[in-house]
Design a protein. Structure first.
Length: 239
């Protein structure tokens, strides 16, 4: 069982979801034509690079969190309970996106990626230092191997696509599993050699971020409905 929280890790996770929420709020404003000039979130590097950095941070923190959980003695039953929550939320994301974006609904987004990659990371954790070269291989593989077979919704979750699918969110196993494994490897190394880097005290200023990071899944599921609801309410009042 995990007996204590790692405040620094929680704060890092909290920072990731705040950045994500700001990004999504800008996306929503643009979707409802409230940004002038209008933005292209699909091709403009200002937005696409941010999106990649946010997902990178999420995957790395997930790997770090797995290292902490395993170190604290978290067993498979507790892991599976959390996994079921993530998988259920991924299905809700797919359903909600299908209603809002029927032509570009999310079949394998960040939460879907988590559901698959966390299991793989958990099984791969005993590899320890070998996670570094394995992670590098997984990061490079999509750049070395692509095939039209992987371009369908049934197979694009692997990541060896020849073109990015038309979808509002896409976080395939490759290359993102490589980032998660690097986070796992870094967490294992820090816990063994620089434990204070993760377990040290957290500045008071960052305590709200840490509190938010402890409820990351709840925040993830609620922030978009609340943001969109607020925008629609504003539009109803002003128009």
């Amino acid at each position: 069982m995990i007996s204590r929280r790692f405040g620094r890790l929680d704060a890092l996770r909290g920072a990731a979801i705040v950045w994500m929420a700001v990004f999504h709020f800008c996306f929503d404003l643009n979707h409802y034509r409230l940004l002038d000039p209008a933005q292209n979130f699909y091709t403009d590097p200002f937005w696409t690079v941010q999106r990649a950095m946010i997902v990178t941070l999420f995957m790395a923190v997930a790997g770090l969190s797995q290292a902490v959980a395993i170190d604290a003695g978290q067993g498979w039953p507790r892991f599976c309970k959390r996994w079921l929550q993530i998988a259920a939320c991924a299905l809700l994301v797919s359903a909600g996106s299908a209603l809002m974006f029927p032509k570009s609904w999310i079949s394998f987004g960040v939460l879907h990626g988590f559901a698959v990659m966390l299991v793989i990371a958990r099984v791969a954790a005993p590899l320890r230092r070998w996670l570094w070269p394995l992670g590098l291989l997984l990061l490079l593989l999509p750049h070395l191997v692509q095939h039209p077979f992987f371009d369908t919704r049934w197979t694009n979750w692997i990541g060896l696509v020849t073109r990015k699918p038309v979808t509002e969110d896409f976080a395939p196993v490759l290359p993102w599993l490589g980032v998660m494994l690097w986070g796992l490897a870094a967490g294992q190394w820090w816990l063994a050699h620089r434990r204070a880097a993760l377990a040290g005290p957290l500045p008071t200023l960052l305590l709200p971020l840490a509190a938010l990071g402890r409820w990351s899944l709840t925040f993830y599921m609620l922030h978009q409905p609340l943001l969109i609801g607020a925008i629609l309410g504003w539009l109803a009042l002003t128009r």
